[in-house]
Design a protein around this ligand. Structure first.
Ligand code: ZN
Length: 305
């Protein structure tokens, strides 16, 4: 299977969830094996940030990638769209320190990538494949990963709220199946929004870019996009947070009531030991979902653009 990048440069702008200010991104094609590279604009140029579990410097309100004296906030929905649509290599120029929240989902980013087009490159795709079962748990929440030829998620949430409750969703991630989660919006509770605003956080959050709930109901006039929009969004977040792996992860993930913090703690635990995963070149166009192949010695093209 070949690596991919985008066909041409595309841009979008919108409100930043943290700052409440106008922020913007430009997506540019990248050479083979470049990976996903964020470029945070500074006064004197820009500084590069690459996804890595320990490059996530905050995971409370949203996932923040930091280092090199700069940071880029709210990377998870764009990162989910990149992984969901199978983009291996891309440059992301970021103005304003965060990715725009758009409508609170990944729909705008999926649309932007469709507009740019996905272009195959000559290099063979490299992935990090789960080798043996690994589990990370904290405070009754947990994530378990097993070997799988593809990226499969079984996600369960249980919020003690009359409009949410227990919801479960499974997804075998492909560029086609990604549409099942792409337009599911982030959500928050009115009492938390008021608290965040007092702390000067989440200033861009509104009914235009999040589902907001009071103690009993959804406050958005248009209601929900899906009956189970909450678990769909949590699954989207998991795809985006797992994209903070340096290469695409392959495995079967069972996720119980997680969030950005636990997603990142799980990734750090996974990457702390080579016994849990190995790097592999994906040689052929296998249908997703077959049993994980044994590690082998490939004669593949490992470079060029
Ligand atoms: Zn989210």
């Amino acid at each position: 299977m070949r690596q991919t990048t985008i066909g041409r440069r595309v841009s979008c702008s919108g409100i930043g969830l943290h700052s409440g200010k106008e922020v913007g991104i430009t997506l540019r094609p990248a050479a083979g094996n470049a990976g996903i590279v964020f470029h945070a604009r500074t006064r004197d140029g820009s500084r590069a940030l690459r996804p890595a579990p320990d490059a996530v410097t905050a995971a409370c309100l949203a996932t923040v990638l930091g280092g090199n004296g700069v940071s880029v906030a709210t990377v998870e929905h764009l990162a989910a769209a990149l992984r969901g649509l199978g983009v291996d290599n891309i440059h992301v120029d970021v103005d304003g320190g965060e990715i725009p929240i758009m409508d609170g989902s990944a729909a705008a980013f999926a649309g932007l990538l469709a507009e740019a087009g996905i272009r195959r490159q000559s290099c063979t795709r490299r992935v990090l494949r789960i080798k043996r079962p690994v589990r990370y748990a904290a405070e009754g929440k947990w994530i378990q990963a097993e070997a799988y030829d593809g990226f499969f998620v079984d996600y369960f949430v249980d919020f003690p709220h009359p409009a949410i409750g227990a919801q479960r969703m499974t997804l075998n991630l492909t560029p086609e199946s990604f549409s099942a989660v792409a337009s599911a919006r982030t959500f928050g509770f009115l009492r938390d929004v008021e608290m965040l605003h007092k702390a000067g956080l989440g200033l861009g959050g509104s009914l235009d870019n999040a589902i907001i709930l009071d103690d009993t109901d959804v406050l958005n006039p248009g209601g929900l996009r899906y009956e189970n929009e909450f678990v769909r969004h949590k699954l989207l977040d998991f795809i985006g947070d797992a994209a903070m792996s340096p290469l695409p992860l392959q495995g079967r993930f069972t996720v119980h009531c997680s969030g950005h913090g636990l997603n990142n703690a799980f990734l750090r635990h996974l990457f702390a030991s080579r016994e849990f995963f190995f790097e592999e070149l994906v040689l052929d166009e296998r249908p997703a979902g077959r049993a994980a192949p044994a590690a082998r010695q490939p004669a593949a093209r490992v470079c060029a653009g």
